[in-house]
Design a protein around this ligand. Structure first.
Ligand code: GLU
Length: 591
């Protein structure tokens, strides 16, 4: 998480601070707890920072300068305060530093540094600053000092340093960093390429274990381990950032849910040669895993469901943060399928890197181009779902599970049928999303649900993971406590929580799980719960039913879109920040 941005212009008229504020705005999906900008002035480095989201305009107090860096924070260590906001300054003000990552050995390093320095913040970042101050005393250059500092840090980290002599140095070992070259040779540093927003024509992707130095006249890349220079590799920037435009919708979330039918077309248009090659590897694999975190973790479980149920492939789904017990089991012949929105999720990358070392083949399905996951994958698939600006993922989740469905159909020898089903799903979904009666019904339900202290969601088979995703969207957006449980498992424990008026949503389709799912609903209704069915084929016995189009094997895809919409209307009803819910970020690059 966190976004890092830097700019080196030709002269003061380039207004570096303005460029950095704008760049940070485009990176704020990575965290929006606080922001900070540091610019190089004739009288030293000037820092402006505050809590909250990056301002939309250059804040007062910042002048016109040629060079600046900035940061938008997702706090990991130290509260959300102005003092803890980056960039952090050296005691003598000679440099400022911003970090993306976590210094995992910060307790040990702080204990070592405490006798020499007075710490002013609660961040792990300040450890890097003080260590750099210490190393600077004996190093020949700021770069050498940063190298000596960085090699003492444990964890996945990326830092950017601006010194008062105009030197800029970065080091990367984990979180992403790209350098862009724009008009007249202006240089841009950022956590992603999209934030360059058309100002850059060439990019240099900084690899893990590399440093980049701007010494005032030249840009050089160095290997962190040897300290030796390595060749500069700028590539033409092919990805053009799309403008953040709500296209008349109240929120990006609503717009992106409405784009779900389009992402199904993208899935159908996936490169069949690549899909066939992956299907062949899966067919002969020793063990097939799917892997993800958060919403992508739920997508990976749904993909595993499709692979088992339709593809008849024994598939194990893993959560990034909980895969350690499989480490010793990974080996040649295994394959991991990792869906990800950003392709930078630290928990997932850690597992993938280790698995790859052990000979596991990696397939990724990512929405952001140029990501770490895509670059390391043996089979890199791109979702092509278009930018997703809302921090809560909706259309990308839909794309991921639809891709998993089509892959399973391909393995089952039913690819053509799969594409036809997805085309029909697209049509049905479009009609549902455009039906004003559907909107009224969901809005009404949202109103009824928001006062509840707990909302339960039940599902089975194809709807099991889907109700978990509904739960995630409600928790993320409305901050209501929601609890997704396998429909058949509820009676084993959570039935104790059923009392008059407790809302229970049951996702139901016309499939083998229908009878059991209806029974689960009736059982809790008998204990006083208010049961709302959602899905295909209305159940008259329930208190309410949200009837959705029946698309057969892809019914769960339709159901999740309706649950996303319901969570959206709940979020709006409560007046919460829809596109930027509290405490979360879109690209989780820390563990
Ligand atoms: N650990 C740093 C902080 O809490 C950076 C956090 C991040 O990269 O998300 O300020």
């Amino acid at each position: 998480m966190c976004g890092i941005y830097g700019y080196i212009g030709i002269n003061k008229h380039d207004d570096a601070a303005k460029k950095v504020v704008e760049g940070l705005g485009r990176l704020s999906y990575r965290g929006y707890d606080s922001w900070g900008v540091a610019e190089l002035t004739d009288s030293g480095i000037l820092v402006k920072k505050d809590v909250g989201e990056v301002p939309t305009k250059k804040p007062a107090g910042l002048g016109a300068s040629a060079v600046a860096i900035g940061h938008t924070r997702w706090a990991t260590h130290g509260g959300v305060t102005r003092g803890n906001a980056h960039p952090h300054a050296a005691s003598d003000g000679s440099f400022v530093l911003a970090q993306n990552g976590i210094v995992e050995n910060y307790v040990e390093l702080k204990a070592q540094l405490k006798p020499q320095f007075k710490f002013k913040t609660q961040t792990d970042t300040e450890i890097i600053v003080r260590l750099l101050e210490k190393e600077k005393k004996s190093a020949a250059t700021l770069r050498e000092a940063l190298r000596a500092t960085f090699l003492q840090l444990e964890g996945r980290n990326t830092v950017i340093v601006l010194a008062d002599d105009g030197t800029m140095v970065t080091a990367r070992n984990g979180s992403p960093l790209v350098v862009g070259r724009g008009a007249k040779g202006a240089l841009y540093f950022s956590s992603d390429t999209l934030s360059f927003a058309g100002e850059v024509s060439e990019v240099l992707v900084v690899e893990n274990g590399q440093m980049v130095e701007w010494n005032g006249s030249d840009l050089t890349v160095y290997a962190l381990d040897t300290g030796e220079a390595v060749p500069l590799k700028f590539e033409k920037l092919t990805v053009v950032a799309q403008k953040a435009d709500k296209a008349g919708y109240d929120h990006f979330m609503l717009k992106e849910i409405h784009e779900s039918p389009d992402v199904l077309s993208q899935v159908v248009a996936q490169d069949l040669v690549g899909m066939k090659e992956l299907a062949r590897v899966i067919d002969t694999a020793r063990t097939v895993y799917t892997l993800g975190s958060g919403t992508a973790g739920i997508a990976s479980a749904q993909i595993a469901y499709y692979l088992r149920k339709i593809g008849k492939v024994n598939t194990i789904s893993l959560i990034g943060a909980e895969a350690q017990s499989y480490y010793d089991l990974f080996g040649p012949g295994d394959v991991i399928l990792a869906p990800s929105q950003s392709g930078e999720t630290a928990d997932v990358l850690e597992v993938l890197e280790l698995a790859q070392e052990k000979g596991v083949q990696i397939a990724t399905y990512v929405n952001m181009s140029g990501s770490m996951m895509t670059r390391m994958a043996d089979f890199p698939f791109m979702a092509g779902a278009g930018p997703e600006f809302c921090v809560m993922s909706t259309k990308v989740f839909t794309s991921q599970i639809a891709w998993g469905y089509l892959l399973a159909k391909l393995i089952a020898g039913e690819h053509t049928e799969g594409t036809e089903v997805l085309a029909a799903t697209r049509k049905a979904l479009r009609a549902y999303l455009e039906d004003p009666k559907a909107t009224v019904q969901l809005k009404k339900l949202a109103k009824k649900l928001v006062p509840a202290s707990s909302i339960f969601l039940l599902g089975k088979s194809q709807n099991m993971e889907i109700i978990k995703e509904g739960m995630v969207k409600m928790i993320e957006g409305s901050y209501n406590h929601a609890h997704g449980i396998p429909a058949g498992d509820l009676k084993h424990y959570a039935i104790t929580l059923m009392e008059t008026g407790v809302p229970v949503i049951v996702a139901i389709s016309n499939d083998e799980a229908r009878t059991d799912s209806i029974s689960a609903g009736i059982e809790v209704q008998s204990r006083g719960a208010t049961v709302i069915g959602i899905g295909q084929g209305s159940v008259a016995a329930f208190n309410e039913f949200i009837e959705l189009p029946d698309t057969g094997e892809t019914a769960a895809i339709v159901n999740v879109v309706a649950l996303q919409l319901l969570a959206y209307y709940m979020t709006v009803e409560l007046g919460n920040n829809v596109d930027k819910p509290r405490n979360i970020a879109k690209s989780v690059t820390v563990k």
